[in-house]
Design a binder for this molecule. Structure first.
Ligand SMILES: C[S@@+](CC[C@H](N)C(=O)[O-])C[C@H]1O[C@@H](n2cnc3c(N)ncnc32)[C@H](O)[C@@H]1O
Length: 201
């Protein structure tokens, strides 16, 4: 299908968050408010991350793909990748990707610790490890949660980000900032500081 027709076909899903969330089953829609990036946030984050043509942007913990799919709609000049540990969520992300015909989006099933982060230019992070903490909302009971995992993942991501070259961009949403090395400087924020933009010096 020509690119212009694909865009026309996708347009109706991007009117509102409720409309977009209807790409997914009701059980997944019910998780949206707490766990999936709102369209307005994805748009601002993608504007920051898609800094150069063909940038490779990774969403660390991509869930049902809402960030990648909406970012690619708003800023189609980049490539968007999502890594997600829950296979069932990858299935929902792929189904939505098919409907939207989002060719520049790829989803990878696995733990982000198995990925070579050096293969990506810029990163989006919506507090993916938070559900490991006690008293937090969980997506489901299909995985183990623990404070040890929370610390391990934060430390792992910190070390990976630290090794990236200068100019690497990071957008965080609802982050407690434990994963952000000191050589990343905050260069802006939106949505009452919930969405922050960082660049490695
Ligand atoms: C808050 S949701 C955000 C989903 C998506 N980024 C979005 O903004 O719509 C966080 C996701 O990260 C995933 N996740 C958490 N830890 C992970 C890990 N170590 N490796 C891969 N995915 C992980 C969870 O399964 C969950 O789907």
């Amino acid at each position: 299908m020509p690119q212009a027709d694909k865009r026309k076909n996708a347009e109706k899903w991007f009117d509102t968050d409720d409309q977009f969330n209807q790409l997914y089953p009701v059980s997944i829609q019910a998780l949206a408010r707490r766990h999936w990036t709102p369209l307005g946030v994805a748009r601002k984050a993608a504007k920051f991350l898609a800094a150069e043509n063909k940038a490779r942007i990774l969403d660390i913990g991509s869930g049902v793909g809402k960030f990648c799919l909406s970012a690619s709609y708003y800023y189609p000049g980049a490539f968007y990748y999502g890594v997600e540990q829950r296979k069932s969520l990858i299935g929902h992300a792929e189904a939505a990707r098919e409907i939207l015909q989002a060719d520049q989006v790829s989803f990878i099933h696995g733990n982000f610790t198995q990925l070579e982060l050096k293969n990506f230019d810029h990163f989006y992070f919506y507090n993916a490890f938070y559900e490991n903490l006690t008293g937090t909302d969980k997506i489901d009971d299909s995985i183990d949660y623990s404070g040890e995992l929370y610390n391990y993942y934060n430390r792992y991501l910190f070390r990976q980000l630290e090794q990236k070259p200068g100019g690497t961009r990071l957008a965080t949403f609802h982050s407690l900032e434990e994963e952000i090395p000191q050589n990343y400087h905050e260069v802006g924020s939106e949505f009452d500081n919930l969405l922050k933009f960082w660049i490695k010096v």
